[in-house]
Design a protein around this ligand. Structure first.
Ligand SMILES: [Zn+2]
Length: 82
C-alpha cells in the first residue's frame, strides 16, 4: 500500500527515516517519523496518517497518502490561499 516508499530504516532515537518518491517529479523526500507511528501505519491496521504521524506537516502526509509532494500539489491544485 505504501507504493511510494522506496526504503526505510531506523536512524536511532526511536525514529525512522522513510524515503518517499513523488509520483510526479520523482523527487526523493525523506520523512522522519517515530518508530511507534511507523509500526502502527506500516502494519496496515487502518491507522490514519494524521494519527500515526502528528509530527508531519499536511504536505508531508499528502506525500505519504497520494505520493504527491508539496510542490507538485501546489502545481496541480494551485497555491493555498494565505
Ligand atoms: Zn513532486
Amino acid at each position: 500500500m505504501a507504493y511510494v516508499e522506496v526504503q526505510s530504516g531506523e536512524i536511532g532515537d526511536g525514529k525512522v527515516g522513510m524515503v518517499m518518491v513523488c509520483r510526479w517529479c520523482h523527487k526523493e523526500i525523506t520523512l522522519i517519523v517515530t518508530q511507534e507511528g511507523y509500526d502502527a501505519w506500516n502494519q496496515g491496521r487502518g491507522v490514519f496518517v494524521q494519527v500515526a504521524f502528528p509530527e508531519l506537516t499536511p504536505a508531508e502526509r499528502e506525500l505519504m497518502i497520494s505520493g504527491t509532494c508539496g510542490q507538485c500539489w501546489n502545481d496541480i491544485m494551485g497555491p493555498e490561499p494565505d
